[in-house]
Ligand binder design. Sequence first.
Ligand SMILES: [Zn+2]
Ligand SMILES: [Zn+2]
Length: 144
Amino acid sequence: MDKKTTKRRSAADQDKIVVEALRGVGRPVSAYELIEELRDKGVTAPPTVYRALNRLIEDGLAHRLESLNAFVACNHPHHHTGKAVFAICEACGAVTEFDSETAERSLAQWAKRAGFAVRTMTLELRGQCRTCCAVSARSRSAGG
Ligand SMILES: [Zn+2]
Ligand SMILES: [Zn+2]
């Protein structure tokens, strides 16, 4: 008889813990930061975290931001998996997720014409958010 004393969690439990941690942070985090965040929540093994992240991304509950090498919880629980548009502020780091059906549709049409099978579609717009634009406009006019 082998008696397991270690608490084993199901994949679904792990996913839940990981996505809740991501939501709790509320900003994009690297896998490393996420592992740190999960340290006291009972999910510590990096491969476990990576597997959970992959499942969450497949399910559309999280997204990977390639340009930041970071993960973020999805803001749209009902949107189609694997498609998301993000606006990333380079000044304050704010990340806004939004839907752009027009952009998605035109890229899907291109892919269809090119015979390209799309697995995921994550668009990343980089620049300055409204708040940071306002701040730099103010400092420009003040400094003149
Ligand atoms: Zn999303
Ligand atoms: Zn900003």
